[in-house]
Design a protein around this ligand. Structure first.
Ligand SMILES: Nc1ncnc2c1ncn2[C@@H]1O[C@H](COP(=O)(O)OP(=O)(O)OP(=O)(O)O)[C@@H](O)[C@H]1O
Length: 239
């Protein structure tokens, strides 16, 4: 069932048309990948859905409600939550406190709790025993895990992941893959952006391709990766 619907979404920054009338319907139980070359509008799509940018035109419908332009904290409280390319934790406080803040204050109160405590959530993302460490002292890979834990603390029903695999080593990328694959079974739809096509191919059942702010393909990974327009964008016109 469609849970998140984007209708004619457009965003212009001065002379740059970053999104050009995008229509997307996303079910609440799958993993959808958004791909496209640098600057094609992927992050702007997430930012405009989540109220970081006001759209120039169009609507964002979540669970049947028009949430266009709502602030991110208000959207998160309804169960639609995102992560950022840069880990957005509070670096000066402990790992546990970072997660506890979301656990106590940022969550969808109507949603069933998947974790009984912040500690059990840290264990789930692979940060067992690291709760007392200062967030800013974590390695890059563990900071990424913390970013996901903070998002999960809000008990999302849909998670938007912005380049969760960027900068991870092979071992960390595999752990991330295994983590993401668990989300649909926990009642969480996932929409993710990443340039790591091994990760995307392993987790996504659907690819949406953007180019210059326009959706140029939408379908199964196998179909999309054979699409002529997609091949042209990635490999050039001779493809
Ligand atoms: N805050 C902003 N102000 C002005 N222009 C912006 C802003 N954010 C994005 N843009 C422009 O909008 C276009 C789309 O950028 P966006 O970051 O959404 O692309 P992307 O597909 O996420 O790229 P990447 O894969 O490199 O992260 C680019 O031309 C970018 O320069």
């Amino acid at each position: 069932m469609t849970q998140l619907e984007i209708r004619g979404l457009a965003k212009r920054f001065g002379g740059v048309q970053a999104l050009n009338g995008i229509d997307i319907a996303i079910d609440g139980d799958g993993i959808t990948g958004v791909i496209g070359p640098n600057g094609s509008g992927k992050t702007t799509l997430f930012n405009t859905i989540m109220g970081v940018h006001k759209p120039t035109a169009g609507q964002v419908i979540w669970d049947g409600r028009d949430i266009t332009g709502w602030p991110a904290y208000r959207i998160a409280a309804t169960g639609l939550v995102r992560t950022y390319q840069q880990a957005m934790s509070f670096p000066g406080i402990s790992v546990l406190d970072n997660v506890s803040i979301g656990f106590e204050h940022g969550c969808d109160r109507a949603a069933p709790r998947r974790w009984t405590s912040p500690e059990s959530l840290l264990g789930f993302v692979g940060l067992d025993g690291r709760g007392d460490e200062i967030a800013g002292s974590l390695s890059f890979g563990n900071l990424r895990r913390l970013g996901i834990a903070v998002a999960l603390a809000a008990q999302p029903r849909m998670l938007l992941l912005d380049e969760p695999g960027a900068g991870l080593n092979d071992h960390e990328a595999l752990a991330l893959r295994d983590l993401i694959l668990q989300f649909p079974g926990m009642g969480m739809g996932v929409c993710l952006i990443d340039h790591d096509m091994a990760l995307m191919g392993a987790v996504c059942s659907r690819f949406i391709v953007l180019n210059f702010g326009t959706k140029i393909a939408d379908g199964t990974p196998a179909d999309v990766l054979q699409d002529r327009k997609v091949l042209e964008v990635y490999l050039g016109e001779d493809a």
